[in-house]
Design a protein around this ligand. Structure first.
Ligand code: FAD
Length: 402
């Protein structure tokens, strides 16, 4: 039997960031990951970080390369009906966002955890969580052919939407909220200069499109597609033609096409599991919630959960009791639902939902209103750049508990 203080399931950004922050504060953990390190590092996903996420990565001492290489954006653009409206994040919300790929964050975290002597076990199979409501939870698994049993004080479920942690919570104590959208995003990564210095979101009668980037020389572009479409049906030429057709003409003209490095289709869903704690199991990141990527909130929410969770564990191990642990679910869910609401709203505003002409008229009217109203633009800017939360009184944290 192996013993640690916190067993962390999943070595994605949530799991590794938690492990790193705990280690810096003298708390032991073992991270169990199903895949290889190379596989996890190569997954092309998020790229836009709120300042709160950047601050937490700096606090975790993995911010050096991030601060050097990130692109800082003070705004983004929304294109519709031949118009382009810029949301001035800096001017309206007093904040910027940073572009730095999840692949790079994963790489920086992996290096820091391994160099710092952290314990990450890759290629772990058959993870089972036991005795979650007792004082000594245990995790059993197979690691490279050998059976492993870990006894710990807490289990952090950071194993994403398809992981085992959430599924280990009895169905009568967890409630799932879900909305599946009737379309997906076809994403292409290419070593071509980005269309614009800032992100450009387009609402077009043919469907949504987004021109994003990972660096000054690498672009990440998306077009809305049907759920039953296959990547093989999208040649690079077809993708570039479709993206150009959805951009305003002055932008389409300067779009630089090139061979795709990666091409994939992601479905869009809103999903929240409540509460985020069951006994000694605490869920964080995609294990507890999924947002459609339109608002770029997924990774930022995972980091926000980790901030609340590691502070609660520091309080516990510092002899300060379980108040923050008891409040974990409620505090985390408060931010989660705000990000859920914004991501749903932004998705609803920018995508094509069938052929109903009045829906598009409503969208264009709302976008037009954004161009006219500083208050409306400020609402978008505050949510996109990341909300600040004032502390809530304990009584308001009604979710969770052992
Ligand atoms: C196309 C796309 C674009 C996105 N863009 C953005 C963006 O711009 N900004 C943003 O903030 N977010 C974005 N996101 C979301 C973001 O990528 C995720 O929210 C983020 O990866 C969540 O991190 P996590 O650590 O919680 O989960 P994950 O990254 O999913 O990590 C979970 C880990 O657990 C492992 N695991 C699963 N099951 C088990 C098991 N049984 N045993 C052991 N290990 C297990 C998995 O292999 C994985 O490594 C995007 C996502 C997609 C798909």
């Amino acid at each position: 039997m192996t013993r640690t203080q916190v067993t962390i399931i999943g070595a994605g950004p949530a799991g590794l960031l938690l492990s790193q922050l705990l280690r810096l504060n003298g708390i032991d953990s073992i991270v169990l990951e199903r895949r290889t390190r190379e596989y996890v590092e190569a997954r092309i996903r998020a790229g836009l970080l709120e300042q709160g996420t950047v601050d937490l990565l700096i606090e975790a001492r993995v911010g050096e390369r991030l601060e050097r290489e990130r692109l800082v954006h003070d705004g983004f653009e929304m294109a519709f009906d031949g118009l382009v409206h810029r949301i001035d994040l800096k001017g309206l919300a007093g904040k910027s966002v940073s572009i730095y790929g999840q692949t790079e964050i994963q790489h920086d975290l992996d290096d820091a955890v391994v160099v710092g002597g952290g314990d990450v076990r890759y290629e772990v199979l058959d993870v089972v969580l036991n005795e979650l409501t007792g004082n000594r939870p245990r995790v059993t698994c197979t690691h490279r052919g050998k059976r492993l049993e870990i006894e710990c004080d807490f289990i952090a479920g950071c194993d994403g939407y398809h992981g085992v942690s959430r599924q280990s919570i009895p169905s009568d104590v967890i409630r799932n909220y879900e909305r599946v959208y009737p379309f997906g995003w076809l994403g292409v990564l290419a070593d071509v200069p980005p269309l614009s210095h800032e992100l450009v979101y387009a609402n077009h009668p043919r469907g949504f499109a987004l021109c994003s980037m990972r660096s000054a020389t690498r672009s990440r572009y998306y077009v809305q597609c049907a759920l039953d479409e296959r990547v093989e049906d999208w040649s690079d030429d077809r993708f570039w033609d479709e993206l150009a057709a959805r951009m305003p003409p002055q932008y389409a003209q300067r779009l630089v096409a090139g061979p795709s490095i990666e091409k994939s289709i992601a479905p869009l869903r809103s999903f929240v599991a409540e509460p985020m704690r069951h006994g000694r199991l605490l869920l964080a990141g995609d294990a507890a919630h999924i947002v459609p990527p339109t608002g770029a909130k997924g990774l930022n929410l995972a980091a926000a959960d980790v901030r609340v969770l590691y502070q609660a564990l520091i309080e516990y191990y510092g002899g300060g009791g379980t108040t923050l642990l008891d409040e974990y679910s409620g505090r985390a869910l408060r931010r989660v639902w705000q990000a859920m609401r914004f991501s749903w709203w932004f998705t609803s505003l920018m995508h094509r939902f069938g052929d109903d002409p009045i829906s598009r008229k409503f969208q264009v009217a709302e976008l037009d209103y954004l161009t006219q109203s500083a208050a409306a633009s400020q609402t978008v800017a505050e949510n996109y750049a990341g909300l600040d939360f004032k502390p809530v009184p304990t009584a308001a944290c009604a979710h969770g508990g052992p």
